[in-house]
Design a protein around this ligand. Sequence first.
Ligand code: SF4
Length: 175
Amino acid sequence: MVSKSDFESDCARCQALCCIAPTFEKSETFAYSKPAGEVCKHLMTDNRCAIHEELAEHGFSGCGAYECFGAGQKVVQAHFPNQSWRNDPALAREVFDTYFTIKALHELLVYLVEGIEYCDGAELQTDFNSLIDEIEARTQPGARLPDADEIEAYRQAVSKLLSVAREQRIDPELA
Ligand code: SF4
């Protein structure tokens, strides 16, 4: 059974995927624009940020607020163990695509793990646990990663369960 701690980011076990994989648009929270897959100019070769202690001062406060929900370390440690996009640039696209998919699934799992705490009915808890198990299984190495349509279907299923849980909190007789 998963718990909230499974979705806490652990940068020390990642390879700075969030500093490379996403697109960043110049804004108040990110000081320059970069395309997806391009290494941030502040990332050092040991995968540490050169301005980590002064992100806000340099106009990168968005980096401090960014959350991967533990996807980074799972992709690096479980999906691509002993491999590195730095040593194998051809691998980079696959690593980054996997990262975005796992991040989306982990975000949904966080909603479910938090939402189940507010479920009153045993039947609804079973529904939450079933969906948690199903989505979590898709994040494991060897499982077929869901495509965009499947992720959207999961998103709608999560949203529906959360709505039911909310309604039960408002009207306990629904439980
Ligand atoms: S500024 Fe630092 S934390 Fe932000 S993307 Fe660049 S290297 Fe990563």
